[in-house]
Design a protein around this ligand. Structure first.
Ligand SMILES: [Cu+2]
Length: 151
């Protein structure tokens, strides 16, 4: 249940909710699902960004500690500060009963050392690693540079 495409997220969330109710308060911990992953087609061939949302329906917090990708030799976690500058962070919090959102102008993945330039219509694979939960692999479509997700 940890390997999901965005399309199966609704079903998984329903299942997780049912499991939560039947297990009661004795079983706490994070329950993660990843939705809305995408990569905007980059203007240059040497760098790209990645975005997604990690939804936590569990009673425990977790942290995103690293991401690997089939398309890049170097993937780092970046955050955007108030003045628009970017800085690398070692981990990103995924609160209990909450979500971690990576989006334009906020938290994002920075993909360096590209093995190929992502083109609209391609698919990129991300494997997310967490402090507590098992790794999750998602397939992220490459979208036009102007794409903005509906939230
Ligand atoms: Cu960045």
């Amino acid at each position: 249940m940890r390997r999901l495409a965005a399309g199966s997220a609704v079903l998984v969330l329903v299942t997780a909710g049912a499991a939560c109710a039947s297990h009661n308060a004795g079983r706490d911990g994070p329950r993660l699902a990843v939705t809305g992953a995408y990569v905007p087609e980059p203007p240059m061939a040497d760098m790209a960004a990645g975005y997604f949302t990690v939804v936590n329906t569990g009673t425990g917090a977790d942290r995103l500690t690293g991401v690997t990708s089939d398309i890049a030799t170097d993937v780092s976690l970046h955050t955007t500060t108030a003045n628009g500058a970017m800085s690398a962070v070692k981990a990103m919090a995924v609160p209990a009963h909450g979500r971690l959102v990576l989006r334009t102008g906020g938290h994002h993945l920075m993909l360096m050392g590209l093995r190929r330039k992502p083109k609209t219509g391609d698919t990129v694979t991300f494997t997310l690693r967490f402090a507590t939960s098992s790794p999750i692999t998602v397939r992220a479509p490459v979208r036009p540079a102007t794409y903005r997700p509906e939230r």
